[in-house]
Design a binder for this molecule. Structure first.
Ligand SMILES: Cc1ncc(COP(=O)(O)O)c(C=O)c1O
Length: 283
């Protein structure tokens, strides 16, 4: 049954970080992790005659979910319960209410996926993540959605392994992309990149493919396995933020001679020529 607006909720008071505010005045920072990447955990609680059914079970699950995502700060249950009590009191609610409890990773210092917001060098080291990218029948990556938890889990794995980023495979075992960028490999002067199966239609990826066509460099879109990657002479990642970034190591295997290769340099220069001259004037 489709829910209808309940007039009793018109002047709902919500609790944001302990501040009780009218629902129309509530806001969270655009830098909040929930806005940036759906990087939050939540519970739906129900109030019956002044009691929240299975409250501790819900708070235990919230805590387990936050631990799985490596949240640095998880408020103690007593603190959360106190805030729930204050919010219910402010709304004079004691029965038949649904409580939406959300815990986010918090406000980021700048936009980005990495929980530590660390800066990588000009080259990247990767590990292959255990976390797979969902196939289109689960969640089509052509939708450039804000729920990045799948990638954030892979990024945490990379951080813990001391690598910059994680290579992610699709459920068939073929390369999808990294947690935040597309990948290209170079072998004998030819390029290959994964098909758009479990990665978004990258704009930088498309630009590299376009540059290759213009320069008559062979570039194919195909299913790539990690063995193809291990055997590459060069590898690089692409994304609007980091442009083209050479990969020097993956799963402790050196790519090529461990330095940014000549094709990566050539394509980076050609990409830089485009960013220096193309684009829509806005200021
Ligand atoms: C999951 C993912 N992969 C790759 C990219 C890089 O795509 P683009 O080259 O369009 O910046 C993005 C960019 O937002 C992304 O979210």
């Amino acid at each position: 049954m489709l829910q209808k607006f309940d007039e009793r909720n018109r002047d709902l008071i919500v609790n944001i970080n302990g501040q009780l505010v009218h629902r129309d005045e509530a806001g969270i920072s655009p830098f909040d992790s929930a806005v940036q990447g759906g990087d939050a955990v939540w519970e739906g609680l129900r109030l019956y005659e002044g009691r929240i059914f299975k409250l501790h079970e819900h708070l235990d699950r919230l805590e387990r979910s936050a631990r799985a995502l490596s949240f640095a700060e998880i408020p103690p249950q007593e603190k959360i319960i106190d805030e729930i009590k204050r919010t219910l009191a402010a709304n004079k609610m004691r029965d038949g209410a649904h409580i939406r409890l959300t815990l986010t990773r918090g406000v980021k210092i700048t936009s980005g996926m990495d929980p530590r917001l660390n800066q990588s060098g000009p080259t990247l080291t990767l590990i292959t993540s255990k976390i797979r990218r969902p196939p289109p029948e689960v969640l089509d990556a052509r939708i450039h959605h804000a729920n990045l938890l799948n990638s954030i889990l892979a990024k945490i794995e990379a951080n813990n392994a001391g690598a910059d980023d994680a290579l992610m495979l699709d459920t068939r075992g073929f390369v999808a992309e990294t947690n935040a960028t597309h990948i290209f490999i170079v072998r004998n002067g030819d390029l290959a990149t994964s098909r758009v199966v479990a990665c978004p239609e990258g704009i930088t990826r498309a630009t590299v493919i376009e540059i290759c066509a213009a320069e008559k460099i062979r570039c194919i879109e195909t299913d790539l396995s990690v063995v193809d990657v291990y055997g590459a002479h060069e590898m690089f990642c692409t994304g609007t933020m980091g442009e083209l970034a050479g990969v020097t190591k993956i799963d402790n295997r050196q790519i090529g001679d461990g330095k940014v290769g000549p094709m990566t340099k050539r394509l980076s220069d050609l990409y830089a020529q485009r960013t220096a001259t193309e684009g829509v004037q806005v200021v």
